[in-house]
Design a binder for this molecule. Structure first.
Ligand SMILES: Cc1cc2nc3c(=O)[nH]c(=O)nc-3n(C[C@H](O)[C@H](O)[C@H](O)COP(=O)(O)O)c2cc1C
Length: 477
């Protein structure tokens, strides 16, 4: 499979194309030091065979925030070094941190915007990025990724909504690129030519008047010219359309652009691959070989493999899918696709991020802070009979019920519509579920898979064909 071909990124060889993109964990304390829980989270990705592990956004400055890792002072280096040492001791996975600068936010909903920064303050940001990059290099990371996506400072300068009227904005793309250009120049000077320096940015802002792929192609081209060693594409996650909950700081993933950034279960799979394909084609067409990564509901191995085969990107970034099951890569490689704990995109992890609580996956056993480890001793859950599965259709829903399977930690619900392709709809811990997205007049079949906490499952049980009646207004006289 293409997924398991290695890739060299400025001397850093990643063993396969599976990337864990940055995902804030809120596992560290307010001080921002690495602790055992943080190390355990990233060690699990290394054990699970991910090619490239991007460590959650860590601050280049001391601005107050919730529990967030930091690279803003030398005192953080020993903890970060322990993290890289552990990961490197486990597998040939590579590990890079995402470094971030963000501006002030308040519980009233107020937020600082880029037009309030003086040129002297911009100079400080340039220096902070350079110093943080040097620290993470010293801590043994294989490279560094600059966070220029979503709602944060570098991305806000890049945005079409950048309100500055000077050289760092002024309605021009070149003006909006100036800060990241200066940051890159300084970071490169600090870490040298042979240390991978990479960037994450939005392929599309998904806000009113935001930039689209027309401009992100040009941004990507400039980033390739600047010598960024990979371009990791995300989308949205902006303050401009965020919905303010009184008494809390504005969460940039609460509006539509946030829905696009961390797409929930109602959005299509692989929904941003088209953006990557356009950007990649633009780079290749202009002679740039810079690797491109893309994220967004790519945890179905078929989708991941297809986009690589088509050359739409070079790496597949899987965030919530690997949170649910850090062993995703090894399971795909070993042909154990049926044992993957499949993310159902319920976004409990996103809600935990929004409320600054430790980020866990709702599919893990109750109370677990980390993904359960696989154990051959765990019995595979199996029904002794047909699982007593029943499906009751109405004009607009299908209600499913089944019996408990001994040893099951959860149940995955699949639906097929006669084309033979069963699609995952949801993952639940109870023994009932209602399908509210059915079309009258169609025939459906449902399959329930009982799985252990580490993802192993026996054969699914299935309903017979379920015929939905046509709604009254469709029935001819
Ligand atoms: C809990 C959580 C925390 C995240 N933290 C970051 C972050 O620190 N930096 C970042 O660039 N993206 C962050 N993201 C976005 C993911 O990296 C990823 O782009 C997004 O979830 C879509 O990919 P997926 O569909 O594979 O989950 C976060 C996402 C989640 C769910």
């Amino acid at each position: 499979m293409k997924l398991f071909e290695p890739l060299e990124i400025n001397g850093m060889v990643i063993p396969n194309r599976v990337m864990v993109p940055a995902m804030v964990t809120h596992l560290c304390d307010e001080g921002g030091m690495v602790n055992d829980a943080v190390i355990e989270r990233y060690a699990a990705y290394a054990e699970g065979g991910a090619g490239l592990i991007v460590v959650e956004a860590m601050a280049v400055h001391q601005n107050k925030s919730g529990a967030l890792l930091r690279a803003s002072e030398d005192k953080f280096i020993p903890g970060l070094r322990e993290l890289t040492r552990r990961v490197h001791g486990i597998s040939d996975s590579k590990i890079v941190p995402q470094i971030i600068h963000f501006m002030k936010v308040a519980r009233t909903g107020w937020r600082q915007t880029v037009d309030t920064l003086s040129v002297e303050e911009i100079d400080v940001i340039v220096e902070q990025f350079g110093a943080a990059a040097a620290r993470v290099q010293e801590a043994g990371f294989d490279g560094v990724e600059l966070h220029s996506a979503h709602a944060y400072t570098l991305s806000s300068f890049l945005s079409r909504t950048n309100p500055r009227s000077d050289d760092y904005g002024g309605d021009t793309l070149e003006g909006r690129l100036r800060l990241i250009g200066r940051v890159m120049e300084n970071v490169r000077r600090k870490v040298g030519r042979s240390f991978p320096v990479c960037v994450r940015f939005n392929a599309e802002e998904f806000i009113k008047n935001g930039y689209t792929v027309e401009e992100s192609k040009l941004i990507a081209r400039r980033f390739a010219e600047l010598g960024f060693d990979y371009l990791s594409l995300s989308v949205g996650g902006k303050f401009e359309d965020a919905v303010h909950t009184p008494g809390t700081v504005l969460f940039p993933y609460s509006g539509y652009s946030g829905d696009r950034c961390m797409p929930g279960d109602w959005l299509p799979r692989a929904l941003h691959v088209n953006l990557a394909a356009e950007i990649k084609a633009h780079l290749v067409g202009n002679g740039f070989t810079t690797p491109v990564a893309i994220a967004g509901k790519l945890s179905d191995p078929r989708d991941a493999e297809k986009l690589l085969e088509r050359g739409e990107a070079d790496m597949v970034a899987i965030a919530r899918g690997l949170l649910a099951d850090p062993a995703w890569a090894n399971k795909v490689k070993n042909g154990q696709i049926d044992s993957i704990v499949q993310c159902d995109y319920c976004n409990v992890c996103k809600q935990l991020d929004g409320t600054h609580k430790p980020v866990i996956c709702a599919l893990w056993p109750q109370g677990a802070l980390q993904a359960p480890k696989g154990s051959p001793a765990t019995p595979v859950p199996r029904w002794a009979d047909d699982g007593g599965v029943s499906a009751t259709p109405t004009e607009s829903t299908v209600s499913l019920r089944w019996s408990k399977a001994p040893g099951a930690a959860g149940y995955d619900i699949y639906r097929s519509t006669g084309d033979g392709d069963a699609r995952l709809l949801d993952a639940v811990k109870v023994t009932r579920w209602v399908d509210k997205c059915v079309l009258g007049g169609l025939r459906y079949q449902y399959h329930i898979r009982a799985r252990s906490a580490d993802g192993r499952a026996g054969s699914p049980v299935s309903t017979g064909p379920v015929d939905l009646p046509l709604p009254g207004y469709m029935v001819a006289d």
